[in-house]
Write a protein that binds this ligand. Structure first.
Ligand SMILES: [Ca+2]
Ligand SMILES: [Ca+2]
Ligand SMILES: [Ca+2]
Length: 989
């Protein structure tokens, strides 16, 4: 066998390290070509980021722009529709899917931050808790400072982002922009031999509105004539351009072989490249589109949509990676700030135009401010020939400026030869504003705006939201703020919906000084006898002052209430509600909160407006709750194996949700302070008679709770089910049934805290999945096509404890020694460490950005690496101890195909994403060797000094390494520093 040795001198050239920097007085750090990113996106989970596939392809091909993606998690908490990998193994697979999706667009730098993907929630604070907010921002900041992106794109930070991980990923955009530019943030990154420099991102696209009229999808420069509906400047890019990727012969779409695919085609094929997430191979023919991006912050001059140049497909790059058409040199900073964001009609404020030359001095000229009709300002004002300038104007809004709206102000910098345009917005508010006093996630969001990212306030503050139990009374505090320059007084009024009363509907507020506030509290009572058909009601709040009124609308969710009856004899958990076991109220579970379109009626999913559908009864006895749940259903779903007895929404199931203190939302812990038990009425587990199985999900301690995989997280829970599995997951076997009854005992000691018998949060939510087989197949699948019903049936209610029903337990007292504060949540599924991902190691070695944005080290040197018959020898020198992980790979790791195809003329770079038969789109084997790419792996604890490491190899493994063989090695020190190596062991054949 030929010996493939790598000489020391060659190693020195190939070993990747961070760019060398001077020791004493470091020059400003500048990203080199391998490292520099022009457009950075940031999202929470692989597959959140597909909106930039087409745009980045066009920008990369036509304008030489390089996109990158900061991916906060690898999505280990998601499902796996095509394999058995969970946790870190799933993260490895999802990382590859994301790389496949973006690869052909030239987006090969995906910066996984290795944060944990825990469970679906709607809480940014809970996400901060699990992600370690400061460490995550530290990593984001390092990636930004290292790659120096000009443009930053991603989710909105607002509560409208839904998933708390999405909200927090959006916040990290705003926080990352601020932190990267701030020398007081993470100053350790700015010192030492690997010192970075501060960095100013030039344009931000997070949370703006792309709504508007005009433009086209059928021609280049597709935003030409586009008029935004909002104050945001909107940039678009046409995806109808030819990509470099060709249609293979025999494609099912019938496109001529060898002709170019459009970038939209490439984007749609990429968007489908996530089979673990139930996506399937794209077999359609794409129609070109004009994806748009709304700018929410700019530090450089740009073209407003009223300018023809704003219609160009490279408009997003103006002032950032390309010179602005106005003619100012690229790198010129020009932006507008205000003395305050919330302003009052007729009352002046200050606007400041900031200018900085990229080098040398600013060209002399003047600045003109443009304000809305009826407003006044001073100027034009002179721009001096200095390196930078801050020029301040006084702006007075019209006395009739409309309130609760944004108003745009623009500044034009004119020199003899060039112009630079910028704009920004203020909000006109009523002189006195009465707002429902925010609590929980809404209060926390408004505080984030005020304290951390004031510029994001243009996206709007939090909505006014609260819940109230049927027949209960609620305090409604209204905070009256005087935004004006004169003292104000007046009244606050509530407009109550039907079946509500209050201690008063109008109350006066005392005189409030300018800038001060006072609180007026109403006691509001619901007088419904039963849960109303529509659970959400509006309560408009009007506040008067001298000369006008201010208003906002509170949305109240009406939730069901019950008193849980005590039984002296504990119910027998036998699947039958016997006499005396459930003397209390019957709870109606016949309302749908999600997936209504998949249910045909009461026999199908138990939906009923009259209480004849699915129902539940609850009792308490001793120190336990007992549930009898009656579910109507027409079709037995897929039966789960013990390993699949999680993710209850993917099969017929019932979830029981308990918030022991009734305060999980108030504590900013979402469902992490609760107990949620998903119960499957039957299973594919012969060892347990195919009987019920159960697990905890998205709560204080999620994981398996029954059978051989029981993690011990729900001791004492008992379940009886009347369902009998039909014995097959094939649709050729009849799956008809009429539903099932469940009886469940939950010892209260297994809840995360002592129950407050006056305020127990309770919901019961059946999930109905029926025939989930794919078209043309006969095998049921373990995927989510559920109709979701509940006692409290509000959208996403599974993650919103404050909108569950309210229960009391008359007569119950918890044991005195039971804690009233829940234990810290325990997430049982860990995430992947990037040092264990060959793709991540190869990327870090190539682009010099440390794995997961951690601190780099150069402690390890590879002195020699070479193959000999029977083994690979590696000689290393470590100047400090650490853990080395070695991966020997064969073939291209950049994008490992996720689908099978019969196209024979579909070689890379098309990556098997085109079908040549309707049966194409199968799933190639992934584990345990990355679809054959991973030849061997090994790890070693290294101590200080020179060490010899011999990795035994079979002849077959040696042969594989002759084809594009690489030695990838990651090194982690005990203080969490990282290093990455990529040594080529052979030439491509
Ligand atoms: Ca019973
Ligand atoms: Ca059904
Ligand atoms: Ca069903």
């Amino acid at each position: 066998m030929k010996r493939l040795g790598v000489l020391l001198s060659v190693v020195a050239l190939l070993v990747a390290g961070l760019p060398a920097t001077a020791q004493a007085q470091p020059a400003p750090y500048k990203a080199d070509r391998a490292t520099k990113i022009d457009v950075m996106g940031e999202w929470a989970h692989p597959d959140d980021d597909t909106s930039i596939i087409g745009p980045c392809g066009v920008w990369h091909q036509r304008y030489g722009v390089k996109c990158g993606v900061i991916m906060v998690t690898r999505g280990e908490g998601g499902g796996n529709a095509v394999g058995t990998e969970l946790g870190p193994d799933l993260g490895l697979r999802r990382e590859n899917e994301d790389r496949v999706a973006h690869y052909r667009s030239g987006t090969v730098d995906i910066f996984n931050l290795d944060r944990i993907d825990f469970f679906y929630n709607q809480s940014a604070p809970l996400t901060q808790y699990f992600w370690d907010e400061e460490e995550t921002l530290r990593r984001v900041t390092r990636v930004i400072r290292t790659t120096q992106p000009e443009i930053y794109i991603g989710f909105t930070p607002t509560l409208a982002a839904g998933h708390g991980n999405h909200q927090q990923a959006g916040r990290l955009i705003w926080e990352g922009v601020l932190a990267a530019a701030d020398p007081t943030r993470f100053p350790e990154q700015l010192r030492g031999k690997d010192a970075l420099s501060t960095w100013q991102v030039k344009k931000v696209f997070s949370g703006g509105s792309t709504a508007g009229t005009g433009g086209t999808t059928t021609a280049a420069n597709c935003t030409t004539g586009f008029v935004p509906a909002s104050a945001d400047t909107v940039a678009g890019v046409w995806t109808g351009y030819d990509s470099p990727y060709k249609w293979p012969a025999g494609n099912v779409q019938g496109r001529p072989a060898g002709t170019a695919k459009s970038w939209q085609q490439v984007a749609d094929e990429g968007r489908a490249a996530y089979p673990t997430q139930s996506r399937v191979m794209f077999k359609g023919t794409s129609v070109p589109a004009c994806p748009k991006f709304a700018m929410t912050q700019a530090f450089v001059p740009f073209q407003p949509n009223s300018s023809p140049a704003a219609g160009r497909d490279d408009a997003i790059l103006f002032g950032a990676t390309k010179p602005d058409p106005g003619g100012l040199p690229v790198g010129t900073l020009q932006y507008l700030t205000f003395s305050r964001f919330a302003n009052v009609a007729g009352e002046p404020f200050r606007a400041t135009v900031h200018l900085r030359a990229p080098r040398g001095k600013l060209a002399k000229g003047n600045i003109t401010l443009t304000v809305p009709p009826g407003w006044t300002t001073d100027g034009p004002k002179r721009v001096p020939g200095r390196a930078d300038a801050a020029i301040t104007f006084t702006v007075t809004p019209s006395t009739s400026a409309p309130v609760n709206q944004l108003a745009k102000i623009s500044a034009l910098y004119s020199t003899g030869k060039a112009t630079g345009y910028t704009d920004n917005v203020v909000r006109i508010v009523s002189a006195t504003e009465g707002r429902f006093q925010r609590w929980g996630n809404w209060q926390e969001y408004d505080e984030w705006l005020a304290q951390t990212a004031p510029q994001a306030t243009r996206l709007g503050r939090s909505p006014a939201i609260q819940s109230i139990g049927v027949g209960r009374t609620l305090d409604v505090p209204v905070v009256v703020h005087n935004w004006s320059a004169t003292p104000q007084s007046g009244n606050v009024s509530l407009a109550l919906p039907a079946n509500f009363t209050a201690d008063a509907t109008t109350k006066p507020y005392p005189t409030v000084a300018p800038g001060a506030e006072t609180t007026v509290t109403f006691k509001v009572t619901n007088i419904d006898a039963t849960l109303p058909a529509t659970q959400n009601v509006d309560v408009p709040i009007t506040t008067t002052y001298a000369g006008g009124t201010g208003s906002e609308t509170l949305t109240l969710s009406v939730v069901p209430t019950t008193a849980i009856a005590q039984t002296t004899t504990a119910p027998a958990v036998d699947g039958t509600a016997s006499d005396g076991e459930y003397p209390g109220q019957t709870l109606d579970l016949g309302r749908i909160w999600q997936g209504a379109s998949t249910c045909t009626g009461i026999d199908d999913c138990g939906v009923s407006a009259t209480g004849e559908g699915s129902t539940a009864k609850v009792s308490w006895s001793g120190d336990a709750l007992y549930f009898f749940v009656h579910v109507r259903d027409d079709y037995q779903s897929y039966a789960v194996t013990p390993a699949e007895c999680v993710g209850h929404w993917q099969a017929d199931s019932v979830e029981i949700l308990l918030d022991p203190r009734g305060t999980a939302s108030q504590a900013l812990m979402d469902t992490a302070n609760t107990f949620k038990l998903g119960v499957f009425p039957f299973s594919n587990d012969a060892a347990r008679g195919n009987g019920p199985c159960w697990s905890r999900d998205a709560d204080n301690h999620q994981g398996y709770s029954s059978g051989a995989l029981d993690t011990g997280n729900a001791p004492g829970v008992e379940v009886a089910s009347t369902a009998t599995w039909v014995g097959s997951n094939e649709t050729t076997v009849p799956h008809t049934y009429t539903g099932y009854d469940l009886e469940v005992k939950i010892p209260l000691a297994t809840l995360p805290a002592a129950v407050d018998p006056a305020n127990l949060g309770l919901n019961i939510t059946p999930y109905d999945n029926d025939d989930t087989s794919a078209a043309g197949t006969t095998t049921l699948r373990h995927i989510d096509q559920s109709t979701r019903l509940g006692w409290s049936a509000l959208g996403s209610v599974q993650s919103d404890p404050y909108r569950w029903g309210r229960a009391t337990m008359p007569g119950y007292t918890p044991p005195a020694d039971r804690p009233t504060t829940p234990a810290p949540p325990d997430v049982s599924n860990p995430n992947l460490n990037g040092a264990l991902s060959p793709q991540t190691i190869a990327q870090s070695a190539r682009n010099h950005v440390p794995i997961s944005g951690r601190v780099p080290t150069n402690d390890l040197k590879i002195l020699y690496a070479g193959l000999r018959p029977g083994a690979l020898d590696v000689l290393t020198h470590a100047s400090a101890p650490g853990t080395a992980r070695l991966f020997l790979t064969s073939g291209d790791l950049g994008a490992i195909p996720v689908y099978t195809t019969s196209c024979t003329t579909d070689p890379p770079p098309n990556y098997g994403l085109t079908p040549c038969a309707v049966t194409d789109g199968g799933i190639p084997p992934w584990a345990p060797d990355l679809s054959g790419r991973l030849v061997k792996q090994s790890s070693k604890q290294l101590t200080r000094g020179v060490q010899h490491w011999s990795v035994p190899l079979t002849a077959a493994q040696q042969t594989k390494l002759k084809t594009d063989g690489h030695l990838l090695l990651s090194y982690e020190t005990p203080d969490d520093k990282v290093q990455a190596f990529d040594l080529k062991l052979s030439r491509r054949p």
